[in-house]
Design a protein around this ligand. Structure first.
Ligand SMILES: [Zn+2]
Length: 238
């Protein structure tokens, strides 16, 4: 090895040491704080601590059975209880750009699904945002949830089929009837999409309340001949 090569090699090592020192110092000065409990996080690349991830509670099948299934859906499966922990995680995913939390939620959801829920040919479809909202947020949070599920289940994701064509008002203060009216004609199926080979679709969304959004999406998919449309969400209130 000539002297130039040795010096390049030494420079690279010094840079590496400097980078590690910098990262070490940053995490010492600015330790990652859990967005749920405000405690320091020791695990890398997460904004939620191990304890808070463990705090998620799977909804009991009795509670899931009590949920009214919107008429265009074959079934609806919210996985976790909508508690303070999950509210903060979903809030961080939607409004603070913590996309990796969405992927992890998806992985945790996939681990809880009944064995026959996602058969090989089931297509995962994140419920789309209106283009204006997507531009404002920069991403669709449901896409990250779907990615986490697909990572475990191996199902394919299609996000080029459904379009949200109506920029609906926020549903927080609407009752069930108003929510359904609000969502009428909110979706359209992309004309260039051939759905003839798709038998089963699972729509992915963050929270299930009345299911008005997924029902509207299911309506247009069924009108294009898809036989089975089910809903899968991170959470639902008890
Ligand atoms: Zn925590």
């Amino acid at each position: 090895m000539n002297s130039t090569a040795v010096s390049v090699d030494r420079n690279r090592t010094l840079k590496m040491i400097a980078r590690e020192f910098y990262h070490g110092l940053t995490s010492l000065l600015f330790p990652a704080i859990c967005i749920v409990c405000d405690q320091r996080i020791d695990e890398p690349n997460t904004v939620v601590c191990h304890n808070c991830w463990s705090d998620l509670k799977v909804l009991s099948t009795d509670i899931v059975k009590m949920k009214q299934i919107p008429e265009q859906l074959d079934t609806i499966l919210p996985v976790f209880e909508f508690n303070d922990t999950i509210q903060k995680i979903i809030h961080g995913l939607k409004y603070s750009g913590y996309k990796s939390s969405g992927v992890h939620l998806g992985r945790l959801m996939a681990a809880q699904l009944p064995q026959d829920f996602l058969l090989k040919d089931t297509v995962l479809m994140p419920v789309p945002l209106h283009p204006l909202k997507k531009r404002e947020r920069g991403y669709n949070q449901s896409m990250y949830i779907a990615r986490g599920i697909a990572e475990i289940s191996g199902n394919i994701i299609r996000d080029n089929v459904l379009n949200r064509v109506k920029n609906t008002v926020t549903q927080t203060h609407l009752d069930a009837h108003e929510r359904h009216a609000n969502m009428q004609n909110a979706f359209a199926v992309n004309r260039s999409c051939d759905l003839s080979g798709i038998y089963s679709i699972v729509l992915i969304d963050d929270v299930f309340t009345t299911g008005a959004t997924m029902n509207a999406a299911a309506t247009v998919l069924k009108s294009r001949g898809v036989a089975s449309i089910r809903g899968l969400t991170v959470a639902a209130p008890i």
